[in-house]
Design a protein around this ligand. Sequence first.
Ligand code: ZN
Length: 164
Amino acid sequence: MSNITLHWKLSHIPEQAVKKHCKMCGKLSIFTDTNVRRHNANGKSIYRFAIYKCEKNHTWNKKLAIYKTFSEHVAEIGEQNDESSIMSNIPITSLAELGVKVIHIVLDDVAGKHRIDKVLANQIEDWSRSQIVEKIEKGTILLNEQVIKPSSRLSKGERISIFI
Ligand SMILES: [Zn+2]
C-alpha cells in the first residue's frame, strides 16, 4: 500500500469561550477553545481533553470524556460528546511505518472558512503548525495538485495531497 484516500466534511465549529479563573494570570480570564484534542491514558482509562487557552496563552485542559479500555473494545463511559466532527486525527508516523507515501484528503463538504494550515495542524498531531507551513511552501502538501499558500482557504470538492 502506498497511498490512502480520506474523505472529510469540514463543519463550522464556533470558537467556544469560557470565563474561568486563571491561576497563572491570577484573575478571571476568557479561555478559548483551540480545537486541539488530546488523549491521556491512565491505567485502564483514556481521558479526552480539549485544550483551552487564556488571553495570555496559559493552557487549561477541559475534560471531555473518559473511555474505559477492555481487552477487545473501547467503550465510552464519559459525559457529553463534544463537537460532531467526523474527522479523526491522522497518525502520520504510524502510516509512514506502514509504507504509506501519499495521503489524499477529499473534501466532501466544507461549511465556513477553513485555512489549510490550521485544519491540517489540528488533524495531524505528529506535525506542528510550522512544520505544516514549511511543507506547504515546499510543495510536499498540495491542493488540487498545485502548490498553494498556507493561508489558502478550502472549498468543497477540493483535494489535499500530503507526501510523507
Ligand atoms: Zn492566564
